[in-house]
Design a protein around this ligand. Structure first.
Ligand SMILES: Cc1cc2nc3c(=O)[nH]c(=O)nc-3n(C[C@H](O)[C@H](O)[C@H](O)COP(=O)(O)OP(=O)(O)OC[C@H]3O[C@@H](n4cnc5c(N)ncnc54)[C@H](O)[C@@H]3O)c2cc1C
Length: 425
């Protein structure tokens, strides 16, 4: 499509920044980002990982700026609490650190959410109008335009409107009002701490510098890994398990999904976390997680959301607005950036707005739905219906993992290149 046209991007987080930059690269005349948050954007967590092959592809398309701090990870160790029969678990005693039941390659880099967002924001062309404190109340199809209504009462019209407004998207309410996030039946407690504190617990703790550790227990699992931070390296952890009965009312379809901001964990949820650590965790990992300050601890319900379409009229959905993928897939940020890249190439390859929207839906609709399905399988296996991990051989764990993949090459998102796969298992 020839250059020109005006584009509004609703939401200025990971997906929003990437879409705005992609629209400028593709030739949009005017690009506006409408972000409701004033000041610094709130972190939804802190750490995230991007598969190395996805990062290389996204750097090549321009969606991922190259100069963002990232920490290299190479392997993932699955550990259980009992120490029987093992020698050493990654440098510290098996009893304290748990028994490694399986180790697999993990070619990812970890990021600090705030540093990734900053890199995307700074990389945005100066021509983008990034307007903060602008809450969008509704987006309406209006002939061959998109009408954006703001809570200030203002109404603005654009040639195209991108919904990059996350899992409670206002744009999605117009594109597919029938789609709502569905509570998966469990939550994650997540937290982060200064990596120096963890290192002080055990002089050999540096041995897991390049590893993600997954602590496995009946009814849940927890991933722990290092991330870069603005003030030095941090340890990021995400623990998945069902909350205590009655502690949350999230399965009520009439209520909107909610999460608990950092530091505002109810005493019941904090006590449940402490009990899980004491009962299920190898002592070393329980001690590491216990170093987390209350203000650095969150609880987040886990949701699935797939949409039957990603476009309608002059509206288009990207990132978490289009699909909410359980985090086990380690693909959310990469998927948001891939959506932006696909948008740019659909724009370049199309002869009209309609062609652009159709090209985007063909490229990203099925890809998003596949990610949701894979993450649901991973969540069932790693949280809802956990196996008797402690009794499994390495071979058992490897085949249990392949079953979850269900023929998909690996986690972290699939290649956008027709010939590229995902060599990781
Ligand atoms: C527990 C957990 C762990 C995760 N781990 C990983 C991981 O390891 N790797 C990975 O790649 N991803 C991970 N993710 C997912 C990843 O963080 C997101 O998928 C990714 O950041 C894409 O987000 P987004 O920009 O689409 O949406 P969001 O980050 O939710 O941004 C939406 C933006 O829109 C704004 N907004 C919303 N409504 C309006 C409105 N009406 N008007 C104006 N502005 C509005 C919001 O303020 C916000 O800034 C994880 C997610 C969770 C929950």
């Amino acid at each position: 499509m020839r250059g020109g046209g005006s584009v509004a991007v609703i939401g200025g987080s990971i997906a929003g920044c990437a879409f705005a930059s992609a629209a400028v690269r593709a030739g949009a005349r005017e690009v506006v980002v409408l972000e409701r948050t004033l000041g610094r954007l709130q972190d939804r967590g802190l750490g995230l990982c991007v598969h190395d092959e996805r990062a290389a592809e996204l750097t090549a398309t321009g969606a991922l700026p190259g100069k963002i701090d990232a920490h290299r990870l190479v392997r993932r160790r699955w550990v259980v609490r009992d120490g029987a029969g093992a020698g050493s678990a990654g440098g510290h005693s098996a009893a304290a650190g748990g028994r490694v039941i399986w180790e697999q390659p993990f070619p990812f880099h970890s990021y600090h959410w705030g540093l990734l967002w900053r890199g995307l924001r700074d990389g945005m062309p100066a021509s983008v109008a990034y307007r903060q404190g602008e809450a969008v109340t509704a987006v309406v199809r209006s002939g061959d335009r998109a009408e954006v209504r703001l809570d200030s009462g203002a109404v603005e019209r654009y040639d195209l409107c991108v919904g990059a407004d996350g899992y409670r998207s206002a744009v999605r309410r117009t594109v597919c009002p029938e789609s709502r996030p569905r509570y998966a039946g469990y939550v994650c407690w997540r937290g982060n701490l200064d990596a120096r504190g963890a290192a002080a617990l055990d002089p050999s703790a540096g041995a897991w510098d390049d590893a993600v550790t997954t602590v496995c227990f009946p009814g849940g699992s927890c991933v722990v890994y290092r991330i870069p931070g603005p003030d030095g390296p941090r340890v990021n952890w995400v623990l998945y398990a069902a909350p205590p009965r009655g502690a949350l009312r999230l399965d009520d379809p009439a209520s909107d999904p909610t999460s608990f901001p950092a530091g505002r964990l109810s005493p019941e949820l904090a006590a449940h976390l402490a009990a899980l650590l004491a009962r299920e965790f190898p002592p070393y990992w329980a001690a590491v997680l216990s170093l987390t300050k209350p203000e650095d601890t969150f609880v987040q319900p886990i949701y699935d959301l797939e949409t039957p379409r990603t476009t309608s009229g002059r509206l288009l959905l990207g990132g978490d607005a289009a699909t909410v993928v359980r985090p086990h897939n380690t693909s959310g940020a990469a998927k948001a950036l891939q959506d932006a890249s696909a948008f740019e190439s659909a724009w370049r390859g199309a002869g009209s707005w309609e062609g652009l929207l159709q090209g985007y839906e063909e490229a990203r609709g099925p890809a998003g739905r596949e990610l949701v399905a894979l993450a649901r399988r991973l969540g069932r296996a790693q949280v809802e219906r956990t196996p008797a991990w402690a009794t499994m051989s390495e071979r058992d764990v490897a085949s249990w993992w392949r079953e979850q993949l269900g023929g998909v090459a690996g986690i972290g998102g699939q290649s956008m290149e027709p010939t590229g796969g995902n060599s990781f298992e």
